[in-house]
Unconditional design. Structure first.
Lengths: 475, 249
């Protein structure tokens, strides 16, 4: 079965085709990613110590990952001391159960949400809906995606695949209840504001993710642009925040590094508009009850891989998506995961290991643009190649491909053998070149020729020429 | 004192693009550098390593290190092969736990240079005396740009070629979509990237696209020719050999 995977019509090569041919999507993505790319380059360029900041970010995250157990226990102790309640969830179903029961304990059937990838990873909204609880997204783009019964296609800009006219139509048919809207950003934002204000004022429970949690103080931090997150974090009576185990930072001072790295890398801003930090509960100020759900969901499995674990340094900035030539042409949905783009290509196979996700390590030319911009220096190309090797060694491979590579290696393991094969090819160049130009070509060569000519085999190889002409170089 | 370099032509150039290697010999000789061609050389192992067959690549690493042992300097005619050696060889050699191989690899790796990097960085030359009166766009291949960081080397060398007009290539830093086996495993995506790259090239109105990796150039040229654009491709070494004594390379 495993060896058949390469032939199955699943995985990135197939899921990307429809997106590649979607002209609206291509245009939206090209203009959106180029705009963010330029903004990022500008604000990163003005930081003289950017490389040092990146290395510091990398070092702090690596320190956390090397003693994760200790930092998590310290975080639990700190959060508890300031009046928060910590819950441990081994996997998504345990996390979902914990969150549902907290909501049910308060007799609520509605919650508001801060944009959170971790809750998307849990499929929390769907789980809650199946148990009679409606979750309302309050981030504008997440709201758009939710109203359209769609899925996010970008880490930071979940509705990047939607145009203004599509959003206008969507709002008219949903939250604006038939009222005709213009497609100007201000008017669309106003429509969502009218709808969301009511939710903020009436909801008793909010659910959020976590950008950073400080072990030393128990402080939790969320960064955002709209202020809608701030509403959710301050107005409801109960706040439930979910974090992956890798989100912990040792000290409050460490935030200074990441609050530089994150906004510049993600939105291309020097500082994001809203940075909310809170430390436990305070009577008469903000939520009366704070729950922190700490989630593993196979992250400890990723941690066990010495090469793959650097993916856990990720701070979800999405700079790698914005520079990726593959993402720019496929969009996020083709990755079939809440984590798309280059970071998704190394996170999804490790976290979820679904059969479709095992094709993702090959969904890259290894061009390295992602590594160049990553604020915590995740060597994504290196991890991609590592995962390719790992997936193959676990038996998910094409037997014929493996045999071909074995044969090629055999030929290449001796200069004389390679020379011999080359001489044969050179002698047969006329019929071969005719075949390459116009003959019927199966398999790999046929795929290649569908879009590109195959170069002609020349009449002599370099080593043949060298034997005849190279001796005057003092050999 | 005359220098002697060992030329690593790469399996791909040896077989398909021997004229690049002949041009490199010519340029190096002109700069008073003697060239050796260790004929045991084959492949750096990059295709195996990048596709996920690292254990097979280990034997090719061993073969490479043996083939070039004792070289003063190695000049490679491919940025991606150079990056393979520089970034991954020590790690792959270490997998064998063969201390002799590991120390030989450690000794060899810092002596391996990409061609343009060798000319500007080691020899300190930018003007090799070439003449090529054409409009040229330079495509910085991914490994030359982001692994070896040698964008400036090629551009300086091209800038010194008499008669050559360097024209800007929009989105130059974007990958052409080759990526070795990526081009067939994700052929639709590869084709989409290639279409955008060739559109940029045609818009730049260059006569020739130059790069330091023939694999990327083969990919780009495949589409330029298929679509009848009339734009040619050339490895940097071939441009630098133009206009030199000795006629046709």
């Amino acid at each position: 079965m495993k060896s058949e995977m390469a032939k199955a019509k699943t995985g990135f090569p197939f899921t990307s085709i429809e997106q590649i041919n979607n002209s609206q999507l291509r245009a939206n993505l090209k203009s959106a990613t180029s705009a963010i790319r330029e903004k990022r380059a500008k604000v990163v360029g003005e930081k003289q110590d950017w490389e040092e900041l990146r290395r510091t970010g990398e070092r702090i995250k690596d320190e956390v990952l090397s003693s994760l157990d200790e930092y998590l226990l310290q975080l639990e102790e700190s959060v508890t001391k300031v009046g928060g309640i910590v819950h441990w969830a081994a996997d998504s179903s345990e996390a979902n159960r914990i969150i549902l029961s907290l909501i049910q304990e308060h007799g609520e059937s509605e919650v508001i949400k801060v944009k959170s990838l971790t809750t998307d990873e849990l499929d929390l909204n769907e789980y809650l809906a199946n148990h009679g609880v409606s979750a309302f997204e309050t981030d504008l783009a997440e709201l758009i995606v939710q109203l359209a019964h769609d899925k996010p296609s970008h880490i930071l800009v979940p509705a990047i695949h939607k145009s203004r006219s599509e959003i206008k139509e969507l709002f008219e048919n949903t939250i604006s209840k038939g009222r005709v809207l213009g497609d100007g950003p201000a008017e669309l934002a106003e429509a969502s504001r009218l709808y969301l204000r009511q939710k903020f004022l009436s909801s008793k429970v909010a659910v959020s993710g976590v950008n950073f949690a400080v072990a030393e103080t128990g402080t939790v931090c969320i960064v955002e642009s709209e202020g809608n997150g701030r509403m959710c974090l301050t107005l409801p009576k109960v706040l439930i925040s979910v974090m992956g185990i890798e989100k912990v930072l040792p000290k409050l001072d460490d935030l200074a590094v990441f609050l530089e790295l994150l906004p510049r890398s993600s939105t291309g801003e020097r500082m994001n508009p809203y940075t909310s930090t809170w430390t436990g509960v305070h009577p008469g100020d903000g939520p009366e009850e704070f729950h922190l759900v700490i989630l593993d969901n196979r992250r400890s499995h990723v941690l066990a891989d010495p090469v793959g674990r650097q993916a856990l340094r990720c701070i979800r900035c999405s700079a790698c998506l914005n520079v990726c030539p593959v993402y720019e042409r496929s969009g996020g949905h083709a990755y079939g995961s809440v984590y798309p783009g280059p970071i998704g290509a190394i996170l999804s196979p490790q976290l979820f290991a679904t059969e479709a996700s095992l094709s993702l390590p090959w969904a890259s030319t290894l061009c390295g643009a992602c590594y160049e911009v990553c604020p915590v220096r995740i060597d994504i190309p290196r991890v991609l190649v590592h995962l390719r090797e790992k997936v193959i060694s676990e038996g998910y491979k094409s037997k014929s491909e493996e045999a071909s590579f074995r044969l090629i290696a055999l030929v290449l393991n001796a200069g004389r053998r390679f020379d011999l094969i080359q001489q044969v090819a050179t002698r047969l160049r006329r019929p071969l070149n005719r075949l390459f130009l116009a003959g019927s070509l199966p398999g790999v060569l046929g795929k290649w020729r569908a879009a590109r000519q195959i170069p002609e085999i020349p009449k002599e190889t370099f080593r043949m020429w060298w034997r005849a002409n190279g001796s005057d170089n003092g050999n | 004192m005359t220098r002697t370099v060992s030329l690593f032509v790469s399996c791909f150039n040896d077989m398909m693009f021997p004229k690049t290697a002949r041009a490199a010999v010519k340029v190096l000789n002109k700069l008073n550098v003697k060239v050796r061609f260790p004929d045991e050389q084959t492949c750096c192992g990059q295709i195996h390593f990048n596709t996920g067959y690292a254990p097979m690549a280990v034997s090719l690493v061993k073969h490479f290190v043996e083939s070039f042992r004792g070289s003063d300097e190695v000049v490679a005619l491919s940025a991606s092969c150079t990056a393979m050696v520089r970034e991954h060889y020590l790690e792959l050699a270490s997998r064998t736990h063969d201390n002799e191989l590991i120390s030989r690899t450690e000794e060899l790796v810092p002596k391996v240079f990409e061609f343009s990097e060798y000319l500007t960085g080691v020899l300190g030359v930018t003007d090799v005396g070439a003449y090529y009166p054409h409009k040229v766009s330079y495509h910085p291949t991914c490994h030359s740009l982001r692994s070896l960081h040698i964008y400036h080397s090629a551009v300086e060398l091209l800038g010194a070629v008499k008669g050559l007009e360097l024209v800007d290539l929009p989105y130059a830093e974007q990958c052409c979509g080759f990526g070795g086996t990526f081009s067939v495993k994700n052929s639709a995506m590869s084709t989409a990237m290639l279409a955008d790259k060739t559109a940029s090239i045609v818009n730049a109105r260059a006569e020739t696209v130059v790069a330091v990796d023939n694999s990327c150039l083969m990919h780009i040229s495949g589409a330029l020719r298929k679509n009848g654009t009339g734009v040619s491709v050339m490895h940097l070494a071939e441009v630098l050999a133009q206009g030199m004594d000795g006629g046709e390379i």
